[in-house]
Each structure stands twice: as C-alpha cells, then as structure tokens.
Write a protein that binds this ligand. Structure first.
Ligand SMILES: NC(=O)c1ccc[n+]([C@@H]2O[C@H](COP(=O)([O-])OP(=O)(O)OC[C@H]3O[C@@H](n4cnc5c(N)ncnc54)[C@H](OP(=O)(O)O)[C@@H]3O)[C@@H](O)[C@H]2O)c1
Length: 304
C-alpha cells in the first residue's frame, strides 16, 4: 500500500487519512494544493502561453481533489485570478482560494511595494472582484524582500495587520496570513491577528526557514512553502536537478519533483503544498506525490 512515513512513526490507515489534510484557519484542506503563479505568461505577466492548457490544469486539479488554490491579483496582473474564475466559477463549495497582498506590478513587470493600509484594502477588493467571490479563504500579507526605499511604504507591521483584521471583521476574508516573514514577524501576526498560515520559501534545497516552520508547527498553523521545487526563476537551484533527489527518485520509480514534494509532506504535518505548474502532465505528477512512500532510508539520504 502507498503511504507517507513520518519519521519514527508507524502509520495506520486512519492516521494516514488524517495526514492527507490539515486546517487552514476554519477550513480543512488537502495537503496537496495548487499554486497559480505559473499560469500567466513569461515573468508572471500577461496571458498564458497556452490558455486552454491553463484552464485544463485548473479543472484537472479540482477534479483530482485539490481544494486549496493559491493565487494573487498581481499574478498577471489579474490573469491568474481571471483564469481561475473562467475555469472554476461557480466554485465547488469546499474550494479555498487564498491570495496575497502587498505588491503592485508596473508595466515592466517590477514587483513594487503596496504596503499602505489603504493599498492592502484595495488589493483585497481587487481579488474579490477578479475572483468573483465575497469572502477570501485567507489573505497573506506579503512583506517585501527588502525595506522599501519610499518612506511612505515603510509601514509598521502592526498597522498592516490591523487593516487585515478589520477586513476580516467586515467579512471580506476568513483568515489572515503572512508571507516572507521572520520569526518575530510571524510571532506578531499570530499574537495580533491570530494568523492561520505562513507562506515562506522552503524546499529540500533551502531549509533556512526551519525556525518559522517549527513556530507554525508549535502553534498548529499551516506552513505553506513557496518555491517547493526551487521556482521557475532561472537563478535559483532546482530540486529536480539535485543528484541525491534523482537517485532516490530512480530507486522508487518516481520523478525527482515527486520526491521533493513527498519529502516536504513527510517533513512536518502542518505543511500544505502549492506547487506551481502550467502543464497537466506536471500537475498529475505532483498530485501523485501525495501517494509516494518515502521510507526512513530515503528520508535519511535526502536529509544528508
Ligand atoms: N508568497 C510568495 O511570495 C510567493 C512567491 C512565489 C510563489 N508563491 C506561490 O507558491 C507557488 C509555488 O511556487 P512557484 O510556482 O514559484 O515555484 P515551484 O512550485 O517551486 O516551481 C515551479 C516550477 O517548477 C516546474 N515544475 C512544476 N512541476 C514540475 C514537475 N513535476 N517536474 C518538473 N518541473 C516542474 C514549473 O514548470 P512547468 O510550468 O513547466 O510545470 C515551474 O517552472 C506559486 O505557484 C505561488 O502560488 C508565493
């Protein structure tokens, strides 16, 4: 029987079933979700290379049981949300759409800060409008990678979280999340906004965020790694190119992407995956990673 093994844990069928889901605030979602960032055109700008394939990817994901999709109005901009709406609206009742706010694209594709409370509010409204929903499952406050040059954009975290809490109280979002955040920022988001999820970069090749992962685990909140395969950005190393990953994959008759994803699922129970792809073939592979058995030897080899 296919199974995911947790280190040092003997699994039973009911335990394994429970391990396929985790809560995202008030919702219970399958741990294997989908990230929509690869659906727009090159550089996450403009229409997709293959519109019909993008629609097929989304429909197939939901058909195969995905009920957690990560998106953002700034993917495209608007493109990812419009594709999701075109492919899936009216949405299945159990589908949880999660988005992020805090940035705006310009015509050149730059990711400019939009961290002021009124901009966060406008971004939530934009997401509601383009997705065609009245309440977003969770909204991640996407902090900037670097301190913004513009002093007007250096807004205290407290004020940004307060705006998202206000939007939650108004019924426009169900849960507050935070993204690209340090331990201290995540701690503040938990204390001030009862955060339900954290979205930070994490993969087999980049485990530098383990302290945040552990903090989320301690608090029982979802940790949603972005770049789980190393991203589409050419300058970042790819999990699928790693020789150790390739060796384990060959031994198990799996693909390297599946090994990278199965390792994340086995790594901590509060990890929710949102691998991004623009192809149905890759989507099918990624979804099947939820059934891939990684034994103690595989995990030890990958950890090394
Ligand atoms: N909060 C944030 O700041 C933030 C930042 C980045 C991303 N995200 C979210 O996280 C999600 C995941 O991150 P990501 O999409 O940037 O990176 P990723 O999932 O690590 O990798 C995506 C790349 O992997 C390729 N890929 C996917 N499945 C594959 C497979 N089975 N075999 C080989 N290659 C495969 C994709 O190409 P193909 O399209 O050809 O499959 C694409 O180039 C995003 O979609 C987005 O929703 C959030």
């Amino acid at each position: 029987m296919l199974q995911i093994l947790f280190r040092g844990t003997r699994t039973t069928p009911s335990y394994r079933l429970a391990m396929r889901t985790f809560h995202l605030g008030e919702f219970t979602v399958r741990r294997m979700g989908f990230g929509a960032m690869q659906l727009p055109g090159r550089g996450v700008m403009g229409p997709p290379r293959d519109h019909d394939e993008a629609i097929r990817v989304l429909r197939r994901a939901v058909e195969r049981g995905v009920n957690h999709i990560d998106t953002a109005q700034f993917y495209g901009p608007d493109v990812a949300n419009q594709l999701i709406r075109e492919a899936l609206h009216p949405y299945p009742e159990d589908l949880v759409l999660v988005t992020k706010v805090g940035s705006l694209r310009d015509a050149a594709g730059n990711w400019n800060p939009a961290q002021r409370p009124e901009q966060l509010r406008a971004a939530v409204e934009d997401n509601l409008r383009t997705l065609g929903i009245e309440r977003i499952g969770a909204v991640n406050l996407r902090l900037m990678d670097h301190e913004p040059d513009d002093p007007a954009q250096r807004v205290p975290l407290e004020d940004k979280l307060a705006e998202l809490v206000a939007l939650r109280e108004e019924g426009k979002l169900a849960g507050v999340g935070i993204s690209t955040a340090s331990v201290a920022q995540v701690q503040q988001a938990i204390e001030q906004a009862d955060a339900v999820c954290v979205q930070n970069a994490y993969s087999l090749l980049d485990q530098s965020d383990v302290a945040v992962l552990d903090l989320c685990d301690e608090h029982g909140i979802a940790y949603v790694p972005y770049f789980p395969l190393g991203s589409a950005f050419p300058h970042l190393p790819k999990v699928t190119d790693d020789p150790a990953v390739q060796a384990v994959a060959a031994r198990l008759g799996a693909t390297p992407a599946q090994v990278g994803l199965a390792w994340l699922l086995a790594h901590r129970k509060n990890v929710l995956l949102i691998p991004g792809t623009s192809s149905v073939a890759h989507l099918e592979q990624n979804l099947a990673a939820a059934d891939l058995a990684l034994g103690p030897d595989d995990l030890a080899e990958l950890d090394r």
